[in-house]
Write a protein of this length. Sequence first.
Length: 293
Amino acid sequence: MIISSLDLINNLNIKKSAVTVGKFDGIHRGHELLINRIRELKNEGYTSVVCMINMNKPGILGSDERISYLKSLGIDHIVMLEFTEEFAKQSPESFIREFLKDKLNAAKVVVGRDFRFGHNREGDITVLKEIGGKYDIDCEFYAKLTVDGKVVSSTEIRAALERGDMEEVEKLLGRPYKLTGEVVHGRHLGSTIGFPTINVLPEASKLLPKFGVYASRIDVRGREYRGITNIGIKPTVGGETASAETYIFDFNEDIYGENVTVVPERFIREEKRFPGVEELKKQIENDMKECRY
């Protein structure tokens, strides 16, 4: 169940819950340690609850993606916490007593060792353990996960996205970065120059990688294809809205209105403005050669 309003939580009748709290903007490998732990606790009679703090800025996963992924993991309840002024001003004890205990009936809280909460981030794991104990809340704390000597964090993943380093993104995220959405009509310029493309508009709440051209993998109707994807605004033809435009190799089916998934795997070059369509066509031909190998 997805709870968008805290008022609705009172109707859940949770006897005892195992809760994890965080931004979870990417649900990366470190986040999954916490989530998997509360899933394990379901076997001991706990109700699993993930509380996601919405910071109102693009995330490594879009809002809908995060919810869909958590549902696929079998989480009982997903609570979206809006980072409002009122929320930010809560004292640590108020957050523990009024939210964790009174609304969620938390008996177990699982968070990272760097977890901070409450007004001016006054609460840390020491405060959580001390005040939580007053309300019969047991706490578990996890250290940062490292992969190949690098700390797994949303900050590192965001930096890798900004570089277009999709291999690093996948390593830290624990799965490929994906752009999923409905195929929409564009200007059909690709068809006129011999490269018919599909256009996918990512969630507005999703952080895009560095604008440019990528060798990509595309899932269409459960089948996998290879292709070339331009992520950005297509400056040569006066684009304004960021999209993922993909030419799929050896594919000529009509899939407008269908959902597809594009996985940008390898950065080829930066997006740039060409003098005209003919120059763009020649560059696409070169890009295709680069992507096929």
